[in-house]
Design a protein around this ligand. Structure first.
Ligand code: AGP
Length: 609
């Protein structure tokens, strides 16, 4: 998610813009820039990299002074991180910053090119800037221009605009993307989020999608499309900066779990065309998968656990052999790879050393590589032959949550595409399952979030224990693997996940009176077997908490001490159920008073071996 800030006031805006962008760093970014109304007109200073790089650049430009300007931190979506792709972007008559995704930018770009416009970047934002500039040339009114142009744009946006012929004045409009407006006695501000203005004021306005904000110093107005002025209610925030960066959540991890419904929609929707998978990758969208051999999914940690789910779905839907490898093993075991195999690398950060090494090994063997990555322009994304981006947005908490959900969703889309190409599933069945991913599952995850009180109560019990086991069968055993990692990495409780059928081959000797055992059941066909596993461990005194699809709980008498009913049909239940397991881990760590977002010994991205 990009960060936007704008200032119009009585003093040099550059330090204010930089400080404001600094409070938005939590949103994740790969480049930054500012535009300043100087004595010689609007000047743009932007660079790939961190804010420090922008500060260094500005030190070489003493002319970068002015009382009105906009700033931006970019989380790349269209076009790799680079100086030229950074914001602000310019048209001949305006300069703007943008947070969001313009879905129809390609169509607009083509139309603008026929009108003689040229482009210097790969971004959707430059297209938007030139489209708005073109409309401004037709209309001449800065406010009406934004309303008119917004009608032509599909997707999400929050724009901060400076028209070259309207000095000292900022204009702003939004759709879906966040934007706030604030003012003090001497200045006006726009920003993506509250932290950026907290050092100036605690009061702000939250304009809706039907107004344009106009700020000239402390003179701030909001206009409706009719031209009438709109009075907005001023809100006041009582958070500190760090709390504001978490949007009021106590931890980034909880915020990111709550972002999962939107992250899922943002990831799935762009990868559907007429309701079936479409990745914008010729090899995937064409017949390139027809002759694929074995698919090798290679990743680390949570990403590898997503791969386990991917294997289950690819083998079930497409009947294609899939191996899942831990990247640090794959790179050293001299894997057997055939020329028509496919190696799929999964990585949230795209910078995990072992995963990158596995990618390079596969390429050295001449095997096609596909990356599923959450960070645009990251090393894994750049070096793979093909890449499917997930759109979870920046994940700040070390424990991966929303990234896992969108990785699994992408793998499910991939599995459905394979099933269709290999004639194993009708287009209608593919479409039904794609619709469930795009529509029902986000809603089911949202409903699952309401289980927080029950999960918090279970966490209060779990925090007293040193050993906790997770058991399930089939897909459910993979959910257990990830659920136990989530709990152990942020609560430091020893957790192990076992295939439920494996308990009697040794592990059950560890179960004693009161040992908590999490049992996962979404697979209706395996429910009775797993319920036998519940009886086995309860006979040894275990305290059993069963996470299961509601339909399973309705159909079977489950002899658990507690049941967590996941509000989803069995087929859809794995992802919402994982949300519940993530919340259980979160509340256990929270109840233990631990640093949930920054657990000991761990880093967000393991860029070393
Ligand atoms: C996730 O909770 C862990 N922090 C860790 O396992 C992580 O998934 C792993 O390091 C892989 O990271 P990546 O997805 O950025 O490659």
């Amino acid at each position: 998610m990009c960060g936007i800030i704008g200032f119009s006031g009585d003093r040099n805006c550059v330090p204010i813009l930089l400080d404001g962008l600094g409070t938005l760093e939590y949103r994740g970014y790969d480049s930054a820039g500012v535009a300043v109304q100087t004595e010689c007109g609007i000047a743009v200073y932007k660079t790939k990299g961190r804010l420090d790089a922008l500060r260094e650049l500005l030190k070489t430009h003493p002319e970068a002074q002015g009382t009105c300007g906009v700033g931006h931190t970019r989380w790349a979506t269209h076009g790799e991180p680079s100086d030229i792709n950074s914001h602000p972007h310019e048209a001949e008559n305006l300069t703007l910053v943008h947070n969001g995704i313009i879905e129809n930018y390609a169509e607009l770009k083509k139309e603008l090119e026929t009108l003689g416009y040229t482009f210097v970047s790969e971004t959707d934002t430059e297209v938007a800037a030139k489209w708005i500039g073109h409309v401004y040339k037709q209309i001449g009114d800065p406010v009406k221009t934004l309303f008119a142009a917004a009608k032509d744009l599909r997707g999400s946006f929050a724009f901060g605009v400076m028209y070259h012929d309207r000095p000292h004045t900022l204009y702003a409009i939004r759709r879906d993307s966040p934007l706030i407006v604030a003012k003090t006695d001497t200045a006006g501000f726009i920003a993506s989020d509250i932290p950026a203005i907290l050092s100036h004021t605690r009061s702000y306005y939250r304009p809706g999608e039907d107004v344009v904000a106009v700020l000239c110093g402390s003179d701030v107005h909001f206009y409706e499309e009719s031209g009438a002025e709109k009075n907005l209610v001023q809100e006041t925030v009582n958070w500190d900066v760090e709390a504001a960066q978490k949007c009021g959540y106590p931890h980034f991890m909880l915020k990111e779990i709550h972002e999962e419904p939107d992250a899922l929609r943002r990831t799935v929707m762009p990868h559907l065309k007429d309701g079936v998978p479409f990745f914008g990758v010729p090899m995937l969208d064409g017949d390139g998968l027809k002759d694929v051999g074995t698919i090798h999914i290679v990743a680390c940690g949570t990403a590898m656990h997503a791969g386990l789910l991917g294997r289950a779905w690819i083998e079930r839907f497409a009947r294609i052999r899939v191996d899942v490898d831990i990247a640090s093993e794959f790179r050293y075991r001299n894997p057997v790879l055939a020329p028509n195999d496919l190696v799929v690398l999964i990585s949230q950060s795209g910078e995990t050393a072992d995963t990158l090494a596995a990618l390079r090994l596969a390429k050295s063997r001449g095997v096609h590589t596909l990356a599923i990555v959450n960070v645009v322009g990251s090393s894994v994304a750049r070096e793979a032959d093909d890449v499917i981006y997930t759109w979870a947005g920046p994940e700040i908490a070390v424990a991966s949550t929303k990234a896992y959900i969108v990785q699994c969703a992408t793998l499910r889309l991939f599995a459905l595409r394979l099933a269709f190409v290999h004639g194993k599933m009708s287009e209608e069945d593919v479409r039904t399952r794609c619709s469930a991913l795009a529509q029902e599952m986000p809603a089911e995850i949202s409903e699952t979030l309401q289980l927080a009180p029950q999960l918090n109560e279970i966490a209060r019990r779990f925090k007293e224990h040193e050993h906790i086991f997770y058991i399930g069968r089939g897909v459910d055993s993979h959910l257990c693997t990830e659920g136990s990692l989530k709990l152990k990495e942020i609560s430091y409780i020893h957790c192990e996940a076992y295939a439920a059928g494996e308990l009697k081959h040794g592990t059950i000797s560890l179960v004693e009176e009161g040992t908590p055992v999490v049992v996962v059941i979404t697979e209706d066909s395996l429910a009775e077997k797993t319920i036998s596993g519940i009886r086995e461990v309860r006979a040894r005194g275990a305290y059993v908490v069963c996470f299961c699809a509601s339909a399973v709980a309705d159909r079977y008498s489950i002899p658990a001490d507690e049941i967590v009913r996941i509000p989803a049909p069995a087929e859809d239940a794995p992802l919402p159920l994982m949300t519940a397991l993530q919340m259980l881990a979160y509340y256990t760590s929270f109840e233990m008073g631990l640093d949930v977002d920054r657990p000991r010994n761990l880093a967000k991205s393991v860029t070393v071996e």
